[in-house]
Design a protein around this ligand. Structure first.
Ligand SMILES: C[S@@+](CC[C@H](N)C(=O)[O-])C[C@H]1O[C@@H](n2cnc3c(N)ncnc32)[C@H](O)[C@@H]1O
Length: 370
């Protein structure tokens, strides 16, 4: 089977971090009979992590598969896996919008952990899929809750639940109804308008670590130009970038995140604050598209998840990319959970690192590129 050949690369790889799991296998097994009679274009995959669902379906004969992967590293892993197993061209990667699900008859859905994300996805499918669509939605039991049944039931009149297998389960949703297109949650936070589609980090709220970062972060007179914008790395809803843009009304900002839900949210946040002309929002893996030695200021609240797995491997990679992009004398302002003890790592990777704020849970440091 092709599963043995699938990898997470270019996402982090380490012992215990897998590219395919029991929930992927269960979703494919529970949908096999329906997929056998599918026409090209009938099958849609949502939230595939590294391509197991898309390529599992393609390997069984499906073509014209439409796929949405939220994380850019996951989308690139799917591409690399497809070429490794010779299944390139059997799917198209699309954004989470009407084109993805229009007329779909079978949807293979890897359940997101966030109920708001599930609500957005369920609404979108119900709004645009074929009336006879079957949604085969699965996950690991430890990431599932009965609230997911309730959310799916808001938009599907029939819900059946599989037996659990290898600590995984599948929900089968049919008879779509009342589907709205996703709209971002909106809130006013610390004088800023925040917009969040389901699944964006912290929703339309200010995370307590981010709050400590904003309380400390200066908007210096250098940088903030179109060539040297302030950088909001791993921007989530864009709250840090919007804050920097509103603090200095002529400042240019570059905000990026690898999650497509985050990017859509950050774009909506910038529009809501009227700073969209000065803030470029990009879907990027770390700062891969920024030139080396070009930036004066990067702000970062780093992630500690890769797909559903908690891992400490991502932040060191991000710090290394920040070190590449900062010019000598440029600064990284970073907030981190104090238990992670990032200070020596920051000093080693970037340069002299000072603590500027600390509370019961978080530390903010500034590291100056040597
Ligand atoms: C802790 S959240 C911070 C969000 C936002 N800056 C805030 O403070 O509210 C971390 C963010 O990192 C993003 N992320 C994870 N891996 C990434 C990568 N390789 N490149 C860019 N962003 C990434 C996640 O999608 C998430 O939005």
């Amino acid at each position: 089977m092709i599963f043995d050949e699938l990898r997470r690369w270019p996402d982090v790889e380490a012992h215990g971090l897998v590219a395919v799991d029991a929930a992927d296998r269960l979703i494919l097994d529970e949908s096999a009979e329906r997929r056998a009679s599918a026409e090209p274009g009938d099958i849609v995959v949502i939230n595939d992590a590294y391509g197991a669902l898309t390529l599992g379906a393609a390997h069984a004969g499906a073509s014209g598969i439409r796929t949405h992967v939220d994380a850019l590293t996951g989308e690139r892993a799917l591409e690399a896996n497809a070429s490794r197993v010779g299944l390139t061209g059997r799917y198209r990667a699309l954004a989470l919008d009407a084109e993805l699900v229009n007329g779909a008859r079978i949807v293979l859905l890897r359940l997101p952990r966030s109920l708001d994300a599930l609500r957005d996805i369920a609404g979108l499918i119900a709004a645009h899929a074929d009336p006879h669509v079957v949604v085969v939605a699965g996950g690991r039991l430890k990431h599932m809750s009965v609230s997911m049944n309730a959310v799916l039931s808001e938009h599907f009149a029939q819900l059946d639940i599989s037996h659990a297998r290898q600590k995984s389960r599948v929900l089968l949703a049919r008879a779509p109804r009342d589907g709205p297109d996703p709209a971002p949650a909106a809130a006013r936070v610390e004088g800023l308008e925040v917009r969040a589609y389901g699944g964006a980090f912290a929703g339309a709220r200010l995370d307590i670590g981010t709050r400590l970062l904003l309380d400390s972060l200066p908007v210096p007179p250098i940088g903030g130009t179109p060539e040297d914008p302030y950088i909001d790395l791993a921007c989530g809803t864009g709250i840090v970038g919007a804050w920097m843009a509103t603090q200095r009304p002529d400042a240019h900002v570059y905000a990026c995140d690898q999650s497509s839900v985050a990017v859509a949210s950050a774009r909506a946040t910038m529009l809501a604050n009227g700073v969209e002309n000065r803030v470029e929002v990009a879907r990027d893996d770390m700062l891969s598209t920024r030139p080396s030695s070009s930036a004066s200021l990067v702000a970062l609240n780093p992630p500690f998840h890769s797909a559903a797995a908690v891992t400490e491997l991502i932040a060191p990679r991000m710090f290394a990319d920040v070190a590449r992009v900062l010019r000598p004398g440029g600064q990284l302002w970073c907030v981190w959970n104090s238990g992670l003890k990032y200070r020596p790592l920051l000093a080693r990777t970037i340069g002299p690192t000072e603590q500027v704020a600390r509370n019961a849970k978080f530390t903010v440091t500034v590291s100056t590129r040597r």
